[in-house]
Design a protein around this ligand. Structure first.
Ligand SMILES: [Fe+2]
Ligand SMILES: [Fe+2]
Length: 301
């Protein structure tokens, strides 16, 4: 059975999906509100329009959670902080460290600029710059830390490294809703296949899935693609773990056959790049990502 990912409807009074299917953010509404995900600068106009359409009072949005410091998950945050300076940013400890460092900040800034130029979009929106800059983090969250939004809604955080060292997942116990960003494999559209995203450390990725396995889950909101609910959501973590372990076995078996790391990396990079999700990723970046993932799966990192 294929996973059913749902589109931009408001799934409950408490969760409003924002952005597009490719790049998602979520507004969580308790007494105060939280934004999950940091978006990209080219979705800012759409995001503001969506918030207007739903009559969202920006002063009630108290915080924004950055799931990890990849450009497609934090790119709109500097704009949002300029426009709404009362917003408090939440990230993992290592995420906060990266967001203050010139190297990652310049890399994300240049990726954002290039994409805006390629899309023929201006570098500002309604007089506010879309440039990336260091992001001050108000709360460094780790395992079990939580934030009460009031109105019976709590954000509980889990450190879920593996996709990146800084990955942070958000769980809302009252809704049994998990927002893992890229820390879980992605359901491939229209199929029951999962795309493993263990791009930083395979062992950490497995441990993070084992940690999430303990949570009761009725909804998963990805930052790429849609949401899944019901039985699909309830079974997703065990399926994700099985798919991750199976892929590691396949990588190890294939390496035993080939005895050639470069060829194995090329094979896997080609496979990932044929997926819609990664069609925008340059072959150099994809190859570097797969190189790290394969070496990690083989225990070489
Ligand atoms: Fe991503
Ligand atoms: Fe990512």
């Amino acid at each position: 059975m294929a996973f059913i990912t749902q589109d931009l409807d408001c799934i409950s009074d408490h969760i409003l999906p924002l952005g597009s299917r490719n790049i998602r953010m979520y507004l969580v509404r308790g007494e105060s509100f939280a934004l999950l995900g940091g978006g990209v600068p080219w979705m800012v106009q759409r995001l503001e329009t969506q918030l207007d359409e739903h009559g969202i009072d920006r002063s009630r949005i108290r915080c924004l959670v950055i799931s990890h410091v990849h450009h497609d998950h934090c790119g709109a945050v500097p704009y949002l902080l300029r426009r709404y300076p009362h917003l408090e940013v939440i990230a993992s400890d290592y995420g906060a460290h990266l967001l203050s460092k010139s190297g990652p900040v310049e890399l994300i800034g240049s990726l954002n600029r290039k994409t805006l130029e390629a899309m023929n979009l201006p570098g500002e929106y309604k007089g506010m710059s879309l440039d990336f800059e260091p992001i001050p983090v108000s709360l460094r969250a780790g395992d079990g830390d939580s934030l009460d939004l009031g109105g019976g809604i709590t954000l509980r955080f889990y450190s879920t490294p593996g996709h990146s060292r800084c990955s942070l997942s958000t769980y809302i116990p009252e809704l049994r809703a998990l927002f893992p960003a890229d820390a879980l494999p992605f359901p491939e559209p229209g199929s029951d296949k999962l795309t493993v995203t263990a791009s930083h450390d395979y062992d950490d990725y497995v441990r993070s899935l084992e940690k999430l396995l303990l949570l009761p889950i009725e909804l998963i909101g990805y930052e790429h693609g849609g949401m899944i609910t019901g039985e699909d959501a309830a079974m997703m973590i065990p399926k994700s773990l099985a798919a991750t372990l199976q892929q590691r076995r396949r990588i190890r078996d294939r390496y035993d056959e080939l005895k050639d790391l470069d060829r194995l990396v090329d094979e896997l990079a080609g496979k990932y790049q044929s997926l819609e999700l990664y069609s925008m990723v340059s072959s150099d970046v994809m190859r570097a990502t797969m190189h790290r993932m394969v070496r990690s799966a083989l225990g070489m990192v």
